[in-house]
Structure formats: C-alpha cells, structure tokens
Design a protein. Structure first.
Length: 52
C-alpha cells in the first residue's frame, strides 16, 4: 500500500476540494498536454489540432 504524505497533498488541496463542488476533473486537460508533447517539432498547429 502506498502512503501519501501531507507534503504531497497540500499543494493540491484547493483543487481536491473544488472537485467535490463541481465534479469536474482535469482529465481533458491532461489529454491536450499529452498531445502537445507528441506534436512538438511539427511545423503547424494543424497537426496539434488533429491529434487533439
């Protein structure tokens, strides 16, 4: 079992509490960030849009 310390949770505490109010996760943002990382080096933003 993994132990999560207070130092790990504290910086994210506001976001954790906001989730309980909104029930909106940031999974979509993560997908865009992954797509941006894959698209690095391409010459146009059209490729990034296609990946997203």
């Amino acid at each position: 079992m993994t132990h999560i310390g207070a130092c790990t949770v504290k910086p994210h505490w506001d976001g954790i509490l906001r989730w309980f109010d909104s029930k909106i996760a940031n999974g979509g943002v993560n997908c865009v960030q992954v797509a941006k990382a894959k698209a690095q080096g391409y010459r146009s933003t059209r490729n990034l849009k296609a990946i997203v």
